[in-house]
Design a protein around this ligand. Structure first.
Ligand code: ADP
Length: 650
């Protein structure tokens, strides 16, 4: 319901900060405001058409959908009209008065702290604040809008300085009109005059040529020679009649042959559909002919959107049927893990009035999804093979999504495996694929070794790697949080099992060597059994077994899990979740060749009831935890053991 009086409302703090940034920082490329407003108008028309499929009355008898621009040089205004879906009063307040996007605060903080290497324009683009760009060119903006199907209109006005007003407005038809009162300095600085029809035509052709609705400019005709002569005589500017002109070709970009479309045009189109101002990393134009016909124009962004890994992130390609948009974000065209892909799919084989529910079961859509997935995975693979630098950028942004795919897209598992990149002990900087790892495997090495951990540093310095380093056996470092989950479904590659060096027992070398070390270890263990049992008893709450290992060369101790236990990182992750996860007991492994163990044994042999042994048990356990960057289970007990030890030895 409209309120009868003028209401003055405050912008949210973030909105105001963002406005200040826009007004003062984006000076050089002001003209993009027109692209943003046209893009919003085009979205509003799409939305109307989509809603009118089920509610034809929304068209109100006016089915000629278009965007109109009125340019008034005399008063220095430019107005963009659309007869799209429009907004109710409440929608104006939520959509225009606030920046609802959850990342805005974060964005403002990042800009203020100068944390980001990106330009402000790029950052702002990621968060989609298109409407506000009008304040780069205007010092006063008036928006009048009427929601399709409603009778009352709303007028919104602001000078971009912290407040805006909302009141009932006058509008005899549905849609939105936005009037920009241009800033005076444009003319003074010799900048483009945005109420000039040539300037407007150029900007529209440059950025919005592909928009699927006519963009009609109404402006004064150019004066003829006689008119100019008259002006000279009288000193008065001639009043010219108004003229209407369609500025854009409206040709969908994906229909045009690739050779005729410039990279600039692709980029502009990408901005239009993605609201992302950074350039796309890759443009993929694809035409499928066969069981089902369709065309796709897909973009891999350069940067992952900030909400890519939030459950609520809204993915989806634009779906067109015979060049008419029928859905703005169709989630069924790609598997969820590829939700970062932007673009358009156009197929003549689908029904025009297809609903979201029907789409999920549509045979054609399933075929398109399969086709597009294959195409995209092929493009990624090709990029990895032939354009590694670009692939590294891609991997940094979307590697997590690809890993997610591994547990979701069983059909393409083999292809996804080839896309994985890992850091490893082989190279300090370069990442490796699984294939490259296998090629470097030692002759008698049967398994692919990996270690999960919080960071490269922790993993690299972990005692678990000691024997591997000594023998020159490569270990993959799985340091992404999602790696823990991924590894649950990744059991083997190319017939080679993946094995954590933090779990089970380790025995390296050829069969003969293995047998010899195993026997030697067994013998030592038998000799020390009473001591090992005693240590276990003292740590029983947290440790299920104490044993000897040949995993270690320099460290005295490490903690491992049984073959099917969760890693400490995964355990932590699970415990953070609803209801918490199980707390597992660990296996404490001791290095039989370390001095500490020798001396501990001497102490035990001298006096089995020596109370210091319990202290050492706690110290060893604490050492193992700290080495893998886990928290101490019982810091009080650890500290007491430490201080007692210091008191004894000082
Ligand atoms: P974005 O377009 O990225 O969402 P904007 O700041 O440009 O961000 O617009 C905010 C919202 O205002 C849009 O999402 C839309 O809901 C609404 N809006 C803007 N312009 C129009 C318009 N011409 N007609 C209807 N709604 C509009």
């Amino acid at each position: 319901m409209a309120t009868a009086t003028v209401e003055t409302l405050q912008f949210q703090a973030e909105t105001k900060q963002l406005l200040d940034l826009m007004i003062h920082s984006l000076y050089s490329n002001k003209e993009i405001f027109l692209r943003e407003l046209i893009s919003n108008a085009s979205d509003a028309l799409d939305r109307l058409r989509f809603e009118a499929v089920t509610k034809p009355e929304l068209m109100e008898g006016d089915e000629k959908l278009e965007i109109r621009i009125d340019a008034d040089r005399e008063h220095r205004t430019i107005t963009i009209h659309d007869n799209g879906i429009g907004m109710s009063r409440d929608e104006v307040v939520t959509n225009i008065g606030t920046i609802a996007k959850s990342g805005t605060r974060e964005l403002v903080e990042r800009i203020k702290k100068g944390e980001s290497k990106q330009s402000i324009a790029e950052l702002i683009g990621q968060f989609g604040v298109g409407f506000y760009s009008s304040f780069m060119a205007a010092d006063r903006v008036v928006l009048v809008t009427r929601r399709a199907g409603e009778t009352e209109a709303t007028r919104w006005e602001s000078t971009g300085d912290g407040t805006y007003t909302v009141e009932p407005g006058e509008k005899d038809k549905r849609g939105t009109s936005i009037t920009l009162h241009l800033k005076p300095e444009d003319r003074d600085n010799g900048m483009d005059e945005f109420s000039d029809r040539w300037v407007i035509s150029r900007i529209v052709r440059r950025y919005s040529d592909f928009v699927g609705y006519p963009i009609v400019l109404t402006a004064e005709k150019d004066p003829e020679i006689e008119d100019l002569a008259k002006e000279k005589e009288t000193g008065e500017k001639p009043k010219m009649p108004m003229e209407e002109k369609v500025l854009n070709s409206m040709k969908p970009i994906w229909v045009r042959p690739q050779s005729e479309v410039t990279q600039e045009e692709y980029k502009d189109f990408y901005r239009h559909i993605s609201h992302d101002w950074t350039e796309p990393l890759k443009v993929i134009s694809y035409k499928a002919e066969g069981r089902i016909e369709y065309q796709a124009l897909l973009f891999v962004p350069t940067q992952a959107p900030y909400d890519l890994y939030y459950v609520a992130s809204k993915p989806g390609l634009h779906l067109y049927v015979k060049k008419v948009q029928i859905m703005e974000s169709c989630e069924d065209l790609l598997p969820r893990y590829l939700r970062f892909i932007k673009g358009v799919v156009d197929s003549p084989d689908l029904a025009l009035n297809v609903s979201r529910e029907m789409l999920q079961q549509d045979r054609h859509i399933t075929l398109i999804r399969k086709g597009l997935t294959t195409k995209l995975l092929g493009v990624f693979e090709e990029m990895r093979e032939n354009d590694h630098e670009t692939y590294l950028k891609f991997w940094e942004q979307f590697g997590k999504a690809i890993k997610e795919g591994l547990s979701a897209d069983y059909e393409n598992k083999e292809k996804l495996l080839e896309l994985l990149l890992f850091y490893s002990s082989n190279d300090k900087e370069k990442m490796t694929t699984l294939k490259q790892y296998v090629e470097r495997m030692k002759e008698d090495q049967k398994e692919i070794f990996y270690l999960t951990g919080e960071s490269r540093e922790v993993v690299e310095n972990s005692p678990h790697l000691e024997a591997f380093k000594e023998k020159g056996i490569e270990v993959l470092y799985l340091i992404d949080t999602v790696d823990e989950l991924m590894i649950q479904t990744l059991h083997e590659y190319g017939g080679k099992k993946l094995k954590s060096v933090g779990k089970g027992t380790v025995n390296l070398g050829n069969e003969e060597e293995k047998k010899a070390t195993e026997e030697a270890l067994k013998e030592k263990e038998e000799q020390m059994k009473p001591l090992l049992d005693l240590l276990q008893k003292k740590l029983d709450t947290w440790v299920k077994q104490v044993r000897l290992t040949n995993r270690l060369t320099t460290s005295p101790v490490c903690l491992v899990g049984a073959e099917h236990d969760y890693s400490p990182q995964l355990e932590k992750l699970l415990q953070k979740g609803k209801g918490g996860g199980p707390k597992q007991r660990r296996i404490l492994e001791l290095n039989p060749n370390h001095d500490i163990l020798g001396k501990l044994r001497e102490r035990y042999d001298a006096d089995q009831n020596d109370p210091a042994i319990e202290d050492y048990a706690h110290l060893l356990f604490g050492y193992g935890l700290i080495a893998e960057s886990s928290e101490l289970e019982d810091p009080v007990r650890f500290n007491k053991a430490m201080s007692d030890l210091m008191a004894r030895s000082l």
